[in-house]
Ligand binder design. Structure first.
Ligand SMILES: O=c1ccn([C@@H]2O[C@H](COP(=O)(O)O)[C@@H](O)[C@H]2O)c(=O)[nH]1
Length: 232
């Protein structure tokens, strides 16, 4: 399947989001609901996005003790979502508990383990006591996640080639840290263009500000989808 675009709909209000969703309905496959919109509007917003026909990626990056994360997965399973994130840094027991809860409550939900945030570089990793470079840490966390039962991960496109060779076939590799040529990098550190991310093997790319801040956001989203299509 060609790499799919996920729009990170990080905007201040529903009034900003709704016109763009109307414009992209029927062409954009996925919308990511992240902390900004979920903390403002909660489950109602998730339901509204799903009602417009989009697959919803709920990016809450759960990270807590195993019981708390497992119970949260159970609660969130009631929502119309296709993907949900948790932090692999929560460890093996936490990931296994989350996976067990997900399989019991919503078997088709794709639970994704966030490895190393795409905003982090070697300096940032050193500051939190991680002496390894990003690629080594991503590999360590993704393999721990895989051994804990997870079948999908969030990483930067720079690590996709390495992971797709060593993780089980079919593992979903979802990559933020994507910037079209000439786009503002912002706070992202480990980046690639949409076409390069697709050729590297990303199953999905996540793009927010390069679309949302474009003069014509719908046109920017269509241009990225065309770039993915051309990359095969
Ligand atoms: O490692 C990660 C995990 C999640 N994200 C999220 O993706 C989008 C990226 O938005 P841009 O505006 O395209 O930078 C955002 O919602 C993050 O929370 C990530 O960037 N990196």
């Amino acid at each position: 399947m060609p790499t799919q675009l996920i729009l990170a709909l990080d905007v201040p209000s529903r009034d900003v989001a709704r016109p763009l969703l109307r414009q992209l309905s029927g062409s954009l496959p996925w919308v990511k609901v992240g902390l900004q919109m979920f903390t403002a509007y909660g489950p109602d917003w998730v339901k509204e996005v799903a009602d417009q026909g989009f697959n919803v990626f709920l990016d809450l990056k759960l990270h807590d003790i195993p019981n708390t994360v497992a119970k949260s997965v159970e609660s969130l399973s009631a929502l119309p979502i296709g993907m949900l994130t948790l932090h692999t840094a929560g460890g093996r027991v936490m990931m296994a508990a989350a996976r067990e809860a997900q399989l019991a409550t919503k078997p088709h939900l794709q639970l994704l383990g966030v490895t190393v945030l795409t905003s982090m570089d070697a300096t940032g990793l050193g500051e939190i006591g991680c002496g390894e470079d990003a690629a080594a840490q991503v590999s360590r966390l993704a393999h721990l996640g895989s051994a804990s039962g997870l079948t999908g991960f969030v990483c930067s496109p720079l690590e996709v080639g390495m992971l797709s060779q060593s993780l089980p076939a079919g593992t979903q590799l979802v990559t933020p840290g994507v910037r079209p040529v000439g786009a503002d990098v912002g706070d992202q550190s480990r980046i690639m263009t949409p076409g390069d991310a697709a050729r590297a093997g990303s199953t999905h790319i996540v793009v927010g500000r390069p679309i949302l801040k474009a003069p014509d956001p719908a046109a920017a989203a269509h241009a990225i989808m065309a770039e993915l299509e051309a990359a095969g």
